[in-house]
Design a protein around this ligand. Structure first.
Ligand SMILES: [Zn+2]
Length: 406
């Protein structure tokens, strides 16, 4: 990260940052008394009191409603909570075709949000758009940069998160882009960059507040297929930062060439992009009569929604295609579950909001794999389409919680 002017955090010792992080992580679960915090993190009540008072002074936490129960005459138990208004976080999600930008408070509640069409834009245009829209949002909301923690960017493909560089962004641009350098220069704010599926997996974990999800495989299904593995609350990155490329697991050695350079990747047979391409190739009034009618005979109108409608109306060729897709996706997931044995497998994607599709995938996994209790382990994501939430959680995790609320 570039050198940025920070508040008290810059001068804190590692031990102090660590202890403040422990306190914040306790408060993430909900409000607590100083005494409860001390018991949980195994520090003396006196140390906790000193730290808490200092953090209240800084503004990152605050005292809140008192409990009914009177401990001694004239004294009540006081609770501490995260001060959600202490700082704002900016989240950005970059995918082929769409840019999503949002501003949230520390409770991860979005206060501003926007989707922008970036089809046909160059790298420079996309970066310029992020800077302009962000400045405009801050201006409109009357938010000063001093009140902003930083910017979290989730982007498709391979990311070097230490350097803040997008190394390969499939479907966007072919050369590495120094996202952190460009955006921190333009916005004069700290910037954190990560693969977008990993950022969304972090968001799933934080927003679910379900301990089960601290060990999960998170799968993003759409035009591409990505995944992220969380073990003990941390993203598993791999030696070269390339872990989790479920979409590029090879399913067919003599299959179609993939954008990654390999052949027969899962994405080439089971992504929505692959389905749309297959239907465009097979398009005719005779082979696909229902779809033909739905898109008024124009194959350029074929999209995910039209295909799914035709599927639900029982178009024979589409039912065949989709069944094949579920089969491939199911096999890919069986392999993934065999490798990681996660407690939960969470699927994020428009299609899986439909319970019928989720059931089909569970069925395929049961058909091809042999697992314990698999039905209860697979679930649809709780996240909505506001994908900037991944970037928001990223920046709040990295620059608030891990920095002791600096
Ligand atoms: Zn591939």
């Amino acid at each position: 990260m570039n050198e940025m002017k920070r508040s008290s955090g810059a001068n804190m010792s590692d031990v102090k940052i660590n202890n403040r992080t422990l306190i914040l992580n306790q408060l993430k679960e909900g409000k607590k008394s100083r005494k409860d915090i001390a018991e949980k993190i195994k520090l003396t009540p006196a140390s906790v009191t000193i730290l808490v008072n200092e953090m209240i002074q800084d503004g990152c936490i605050r005292e809140t409603g008192q409990m009914e129960e009177t401990l001694r005459v004239g004294r009540k138990k006081v609770f501490i909570e995260i001060n959600k208004h202490y700082k704002y976080a900016i989240g950005v999600n970059i995918e082929p075709g769409t840019l999503s930008i949002g501003i949230s408070n520390l409770k991860l509640e979005l206060v501003e949000y926007k989707d922008i069409d970036i089809n046909g834009m160059s790298v420079n245009q996309v970066m310029k758009t992020i800077i302009e829209i962000t400045m405009e949002m801050l201006w409109n909301m009357n938010i000063s940069k001093n009140d902003v923690l930083g910017v979290g960017v989730g982007i498709v493909g391979i990311v070097d998160s230490k350097k803040g560089i997008s190394k390969r962004a499939y479907g966007l641009w072919k050369t590495p882009v120094d996202i952190e350098g460009i955006l921190s220069d333009g916005l004069k704010l700290p910037v954190v960059v990560e693969n977008n599926v990993r950022a969304l997996a972090l968001a799933e974990m934080e927003l679910t507040k379900n301990k089960d999800i601290e060990n999960m495989v998170f799968i993003k299904y759409g035009p591409g297929i990505g995944s992220a593995t969380i073990t003990n609350k941390e993203i598993y990155k791999g030696t070269y930062n390339n872990a989790g490329e479920l979409g590029h697991m090879i399913m067919d050695i003599s299959g179609k060439e993939c954008k990654c350079g390999q052949r027969g990747c899962l994405e080439t047979v089971a992504s929505t992009r692959a389905i749309i391409q297959d239907m465009k190739n097979a398009f005719s009034k005779e082979v696909l009569p229902i779809l033909y009618k739905l898109v008024e005979g124009n194959k350029e109108n074929i999209d995910e929604a039209a295909i799914m409608e035709a599927y639900k109306l029982g178009e024979t060729e589409i039912v065949k295609e989709i069944n094949k897709v579920w089969e491939y996706l199911g096999i890919g997931m069986v392999n993934m579950i065999k490798l990681f044995d996660p407690y939960k497998i969470v699927i994020y994607g428009e299609l899986f909001k439909d319970e019928e599709f989720l059931d089909k995938i569970v069925h395929e996994i049961e058909k091809y794999g042999n697992f314990d209790n698999i039905t209860n382990r697979i679930q649809a994501s709780i996240l909505d389409n506001k994908r900037c939430i991944g970037g928001v959680v990223l920046v709040v995790t990295e620059l608030f919680y891990k920095k002791g609320g600096a």
